[in-house]
Structure formats: structure tokens, C-alpha cells
Ligand binder design. Structure first.
Ligand SMILES: Cc1cc2nc3c(=O)[nH]c(=O)nc-3n(C[C@H](O)[C@H](O)[C@H](O)COP(=O)(O)OP(=O)(O)OC[C@H]3O[C@@H](n4cnc5c(N)ncnc54)[C@H](O)[C@@H]3O)c2cc1C
Length: 415
């Protein structure tokens, strides 16, 4: 049986980058992938546009991964966002920067990113085995035996597990690598959904389906304390809420939901003005449009389809003329505009999450090399490692950076 220098398992961004780096360093390398194509999840990233990285500083990158950030220090410094962009630019793919430093290919197509990766894989003689699923790994005296099912085995000196997490299982990330790592003695930290839509309980949830609210503020309370407050956009869906702001807050909300059954959530639909300014504005507008019916007046303040729910919650007559609205009613309107309440009951779960938070414990991985501290010669790259960031391109950069570092270290005789 041929003995390879390195076998990389999983052809997502982490595995492809690891295999390319190994090929560049002239080692024999096989990339095995259970799907019949490379980068199935990468293809759907950023709504098929691939938010590949971010222009944020090195320190912000570490901060985005919270208390796990320092683990990625070597990976991000060895293969930074700048190096990642240059890696693609030398093959002719250019990038543009959008809101919050999010970097996308100018083509607006994740396919162009995958095309460049394929080019690198071919020119660096990476052997690609599609439709090949790793079932198990056995550590022999000085090599690893990879069980590929149906009595097929592969022998390799080193192995990199880059099989992803357990989210969007249809893309191939079913957690095989996590099971295999666990069988080999690694601890897997709790697998939680990250960047996931949230569910809320209200009889009118479906009436709001499809409505987007832009530039609003979310205020979340836990007990009597205000624990989170952030501005952005959200969208109501048939089950609850989603959108960039919600996905980014979901990790924190899920942590609170572990301690309590529901989370109180308030939408400030007018964060740019204070309660007092809003009151002055309403008094003035009520005077100008004195004969308007309340339901028509509200069109100046909220999306049309939200108005019936808003008025129902207030318990007011939708046809009431605005000049007949009493002070207490005006105060209730102001309170609801500044703190529209929702009770969050849960998330859509890890399969519908864009990222899995949790994975192989970072304490058992050498952050300088991505090599297992328990099993020399076994490496990890990408989402299989515990730790996740908000949206913005940080997670893909993590996959590329850890893939590059693992590939480089696995090619190095000293490691
Ligand atoms: C809808 C969506 C949109 C996203 N958008 C963005 C974005 O714009 N920007 C961003 O930074 N992040 C985004 N992410 C997150 C990003 O996709 C992940 O961080 C990234 O794909 C992780 O890369 P990976 O290589 O570690 O794992 P994956 O991409 O999950 O790749 C793992 C590969 O391993 C293969 N595999 C699994 N088990 C086996 C086995 N036993 N044998 C052989 N092969 C196996 C799988 O088939 C898969 O191809 C998004 C995620 C989703 C779901």
C-alpha cells in the first residue's frame, strides 16, 4: 500500500487550503471528500457571493472569537486576511469591500473563489478523491491507517481532519470528524448553533412574515438587567426573526436561553430619537394631520403590514382620528415604538445554523501547528475546532488560516 506524506480529510475551505500548502511544500498529499464536488458549503456562503474575509485589524479578528480568540493568534498571523486576498489576486480574482469591512469577490460569485482553489490544487499535484468517506482512523506505529469503508484503506504519515461542524448537514458537514476525534481520545466541547435564526412565541408571528426593519435597535433583558443592545436590520420570518443583526446576536441569546426558558427582547423602531423627541414629533404631526385615521397616520412610522399588529397590541381603534388621541394613548404608542416586545423561545437549532460553535477542544491542540497534543501526526483545521465568530468573513478566514497553518506544519519534518 502506498504511504502518503499527508492525507487531508474534507474539501471545504480549510481542507483545500491545507492540501494546497502541502502540495506547495512538495509533499505527497491526498484530499478526500465524501461529496462528488469540492466546497459544497463554501459555494453557498454569503448568499452565493462568499464573504471571504474582513478588513478588520488582527486584534479585532481575535476579539471576534471571544475567549477562544488567542488560540487563533498563530494561524491569523501566519496567514492573515491580507495574505488570503493576495493568494487569490495572483490568480486574477479581485475583491471589493462592503459594509463593516466585509470582503467579497468582485464577481459576486463564490464559484470564482472555488475555481481559483481548484487551480491551485491541480498545479500543486494534490490527488483528489471524491465520493470517499473517512470512516475511522487507526494509529499504527509510524503511520495512520485510514478506513474508507468497503475494505478500502489508505496509509499516511500525517492526517489533517478538516471535516467541519454539524451545521447544514446537507453540505456534507455531518460531524464525522468530531466522532472520529472523540474515538481517538479528544474531548468535544458542547456543539451549539451559531449565527442562527430565532423563534418567538406570539399568535401574530405569521402576520409579520417578510417584513424587514432597518436601522432599528435591539434591547435584550435578562432578569432586570439590560444585557445586550445593538443596532442593525432584522427580518420577520414564518417562525420568528432572522437577518444580520439577529444572526450576530444569536450566540449570546442562546447562552442566556441555557439559563432561562425565554428571553425578553425589545425592538426600538426609532433609535435615532429619544422618547421626548418622539413625543414632540407626534404632538406636532397629530396637529398637522388632525383628521387622519390612526391606521393611516402610522404609515409614516412603520412598514404598512406591521401596522395592524401594532394597533392590535395597543388595543386602540384603528379608525380613531389622531386629534382625538389622548395623552395616555400617545404614551402607549411611544412606548411600543421604542420597545416593541418579543419573547424569544429558542433557535432553529444547530442544523439551520450557519456555524457550529463547539468542536475539538482547543486545549488539546497546539495553536502553533494545529497538531493534536494527544496524538502526534494528527492535525485539525477549520470549523471542527471549537470557537466561532459573528458574521463578517471571520469564520472563513479562520478556516483558511488554520488550514494553511496545519498544512505547513504537517509538511514540516520537525513537527
Ligand atoms: C449558509 C451559510 C453561509 C455562510 N456564509 C459565510 C460567509 O459569507 N462568510 C464566512 O466567513 N462564513 C460563512 N459561513 C460559514 C463557513 O461556511 C464555514 O465557516 C466554513 O465552510 C468552514 O469550513 P471547513 O472547511 O472547516 O468546513 P466545511 O466547509 O464544512 O467543509 C467540510 C468538508 O468535509 C467533508 N467531510 C465531512 N465528513 C467527511 C468524511 N467523513 N469523509 C470525507 N469528507 C468529509 C464535507 O463533505 C465538507 O465538504 C456560512 C455558512 C453557511 C451554512
Amino acid at each position: 500500500m502506498k504511504l502518503y506524506d499527508v492525507v487531508v480529510v474534507g474539501a471545504g475551505p480549510a481542507g483545500m487550503m491545507a492540501a494546497i500548502r502541502i502540495g506547495q511544500l512538495s509533499k505527497s498529499v491526498v484530499l478526500i471528500e465524501k461529496n462528488d464536488i469540492l466546497g459544497k458549503k463554501l459555494k453557498i456562503t454569503g448568499s452565493n457571493r462568499c464573504n471571504i474575509t474582513n478588513t478588520a485589524s488582527f486584534n479585532i479578528f481575535l476579539e471576534k472569537f471571544g475567549k477562544r480568540g488567542s488560540f487563533f493568534r498563530s494561524a491569523f498571523s501566519t496567514f492573515s486576511s491580507r495574505k488570503l486576498i493576495t493568494f487569490f489576486k495572483v490568480k486574477g480574482l479581485k475583491f471589493k469591500v462592503e459594509d463593516d469591512g466585509r470582503v467579497f469577490p468582485v464577481t459576486d460569485r463564490s464559484r470564482s473563489v472555488i475555481k481559483v482553489l481548484k487551480e491551485y490544487l491541480s498545479e500543486n499535484n494534490v490527488i483528489k478523491n471524491y465520493n470517499t468517506r473517512l470512516i475511522n482512523i487507526k494509529k499504527k506505529k509510524d503511520y495512520f491507517s485510514l478506513d474508507l469503508g468497503n475494505d478500502n484503506y489508505m496509509a499516511t504519515i500525517k492526517v489533517i481532519l478538516a471535516t467541519g461542524g454539524v451545521s447544514y448537514k446537507a453540505t456534507g458537514s455531518t460531524g464525522d470528524g468530531l466522532d472520529i476525534a472523540q474515538k481517538m481520545g479528544h474531548n468535544i466541547t458542547t456543539l451549539k448553533p451559531g449565527l442562527v435564526p430565532l423563534k418567538f412565541s406570539a399568535s401574530w408571528v405569521k402576520e409579520l412574515q417578510g417584513i424587514s426593519l432597518e436601522n432599528i435597535r435591539i434591547i435584550i433583558k435578562y432578569g432586570e438587567k439590560k444585557v445586550i443592545s445593538d443596532n442593525g436590520n432584522l427580518i420577520f420570518t414564518h417562525f420568528g426573526i432572522s437577518g444580520p443583526l439577529i444572526l450576530d446576536l444569536s450566540n449570546q441569546i442562546i447562552s442566556i436561553l441555557e439559563k432561562t426558558e425565554t428571553v425578553q427582547f425589545f425592538i426600538d423602531t426609532k433609535p435615532e430619537i429619544t422618547i421626548q423627541e418622539l413625543e414632540e414629533k407626534l404632538i406636532k404631526e397629530f396637529e398637522i394631520r388632525r383628521k387622519s385615521e390612526f391606521k393611516n397616520f402610522m404609515k409614516f412610522l412603520l412598514p404598512n403590514r406591521m401596522i395592524p399588529v401594532f394597533i392590535k397590541l395597543l388595543g386602540m381603534d384603528p379608525k380613531k382620528k389622531v386629534n382625538q388621541i389622548k395623552k395616555e394613548e400617545r404614551n402607549s404608542i411611544i412606548n411600543l415604538l421604542k420597545a416593541f416586545p418579543l419573547t424569544i423561545t429558542g433557535s432553529l437549532g444547530v442544523d439551520k445554523a450557519m456555524i457550529t460553535c463547539g468542536g475539538v477542544s482547543r486545549r488539546e491542540i497546539n495553536p502553533q501547528t494545529m497538531e493534536s497534543k494527544l496524538i502526534p501526526g494528527l492535525y485539525f483545521a477549520g470549523e471542527i475546532i471549537e470557537g466561532c465568530a459573528p458574521s463578517g468573513g471571520y469564520n472563513l478566514q479562520q478556516a483558511f488560516s488554520t488550514g494553511y497553518l496545519a498544512g505547513e506544519a504537517a509538511s514540516n519534518k520537525e513537527s
